[in-house]
Design a protein around this ligand. Structure first.
Ligand code: SAH
Ligand code: SF4
Ligand code: F3S
Length: 445
């Protein structure tokens, strides 16, 4: 029986993992656990992990070795490794790290309170086959004006490089009615902005309700003033989704649409289900309907078989689409995926050179896009104090750009209009005006 019923969770990986950590917190709190004052004093220390690239795994393993000391100093402490690495690597982890007490995969979180409360046989591996769990009844722990809501779990796309379908199992959407309940509950607790989360939100489906129907329903919830979603998949992004965005001013005009590569040969080997031309047509369609839509993307360089010409095709799309932000990755072989059987033939040095070339282009373009915004007016939702200057607030604009505005009469959770004054790094600084901080008119759905 655990005497010290306090927990500390460290989270790595994507927004789904952040959401899942909040689920675990909620499950622990139901059983009488409370947040620990520090990691060192926690009775239960959990590490929620990511397996998407080798580097992400290595980071967790290096930290885990260091955490042995925590347990040496506090032998009562129980340490659990949860999330995607747990699911992929399984019970082996308990042998690799003797100070680990248990592991639990993404669908096994309901059993965590039970096993930590009855630690008769330490060293437990909770790994189920992933299929049906959606934690639909669990209300995740929430603070602040912005909340994520997982509208689906898992992924059925099996992009050849990607571990997520193995770490998270089959795709399942949560029922629309319970999502709407969750949005109302969040609104009642002061949340102003929700982000609909899933590995491929565009394929959301609950009977006749598709993702556009979910967007319309979310926009009707009073008090929720801004709706974001990620990630979109080019094979499932349909015009009705962009039309829903255009019809509802609450739905933020931002699309995260991973390209991965600009070469049809590579896209095919990645099993992405679209061509470069189809991708470009989607961008044209989106910009025709919402001319100022912000578009961000993910790109992998150095996928097996990527020639200079293939890479050049990716660069051509980077230069023609002019993304507002781009997350760039070096291809990392993931054991068990289809691409692990391909020869990883792009030399590491060349991957690094391609990454550097693409990063310098996307930074330049991102910056040029921001410079064009100077003098224009945006609406920011204030999230926090600016890290650099305690006289300024930090928030995000409707296009998901980071902005800082002077602290005047507004507070965290307020929407405020401001005029872009200058760009510092990748942050928009508000122009300083006397009468600036009248509250923004909130839009009707
Ligand atoms: N479901 C989302 C996000 C998946 S993970 C999507 O489909 O886009 C986030 C990003 O990590 C991916 O978009 C991809 O660019 C990158 N990624 C995934 N597996 C990778 C690998 N093996 N090597 C390098 N980057 C990878
Ligand atoms: Fe991975 Fe592809 Fe699924 Fe995204 S859509 S999580 S990249 S398999
Ligand atoms: Fe990583 Fe798992 Fe998310 S592998 S990217 S934490 S779904």
């Amino acid at each position: 029986m655990m005497k010290n019923r306090t927990y500390h969770i460290e989270t790595f990986g994507c927004q789904m993992n952040i959401y899942d950590s909040a689920i675990v917190e909620s499950l622990l709190q139901r059983t009488g656990f409370i947040t620990a004052v520090s990691r060192e004093q926690a009775g239960l220390f959990l590490i929620n992990t990511c397996s998407v690239r080798k580097h992400a795994e290595q980071r967790v393993f290096a930290l885990l070795s260091q955490y042995k000391k925590l347990k040496d100093d506090n032998p009562e402490m129980r340490i659990g490794l949860i999330g995607c690495i747990a699911q992929i690597q399984g019970a082996e982890l308990l042998k690799m790290f003797p100070h680990l007490d248990f592991i639990a995969g993404p669908d096994d979180y309901r059993r965590i309170p039970e096993i930590v409360c009855n630690f008769e046989s330490p060293k437990t591996a909770l790994i189920s086959c992933l299929s049906s769990e959606d934690y639909d009844d669990v209300k995740p722990y929430q603070s602040g004006p912005c909340a994520g809501v997982a509208v689906m779990r898992g992924c059925d796309n099996f992009c050849s490089y990607c571990v997520v379908p193995y770490a998270r199992g089959r795709e399942r959407s949560r029922p629309l009615v319970s999502l709407i309940d969750e949005f109302h509950r969040l609104s009642d607790s002061g949340v102003k902005e929700i982000t609909l989360l899933g590995q491929n939100v565009n394929s959301y489906r609950d009977n006749d309700n598709d993702f556009a129907a979910l967007l319309y329903a979310a926009a009707k919830v009073d008090g929720i003033e801004r709706i974001r979603f990620m990630t979109s998949h080019p094979k499932d992004l349909k015009e009705n989704i962009i039309l829903a965005m255009a019809a509802n001013r609450k739905i933020a005009p931002h699309l995260h649409l991973p390209l991965q590569s600009g070469s049809d040969k590579i896209l095919h080997k990645m099993n992405r289900g679209y061509t470069a031309e189809k991708y470009l047509n989607l961008i044209t369609m989106a910009r025709k309907i919402i001319p100022d839509i912000s578009i961000t993307t993910d790109i992998i360089v150095g996928f097996p078989g990527e020639s200079d010409a293939d890479f050049q095709q990716t660069m051509d799309i980077v230069n023609s689409v002019r993304f507002d932000d781009t997350f760039t990755y070096r291809y990392s072989v993931r054991p068990g995926t289809k691409a692990a059987a391909f020869i990883d033939d792009v030399p590491e040095q060349l991957k690094i050179e391609r990454l550097e070339e693409i990063i310098s282009a996307v930074r330049r373009i991102g910056r040029e896009n921001l410079e064009k915004l100077i003098g224009k007016t945006f609406t920011v939702l204030i999230e926090n104090e600016s890290r650099k200057d305690s006289d300024w607030w930090m928030g995000r604009t409707e296009h998901n750009r980071i902005a800082v505005i002077p602290k005047n009469s507004c507070f965290i959770g307020d929407f405020t209009n401001f005029t872009a004054g200058e760009i510092s790094g990748f942050t928009i600084r508000a122009e300083i005006k006397e009468d600036l901080h009248a509250p923004a008119a909130l839009h009707e759905a």
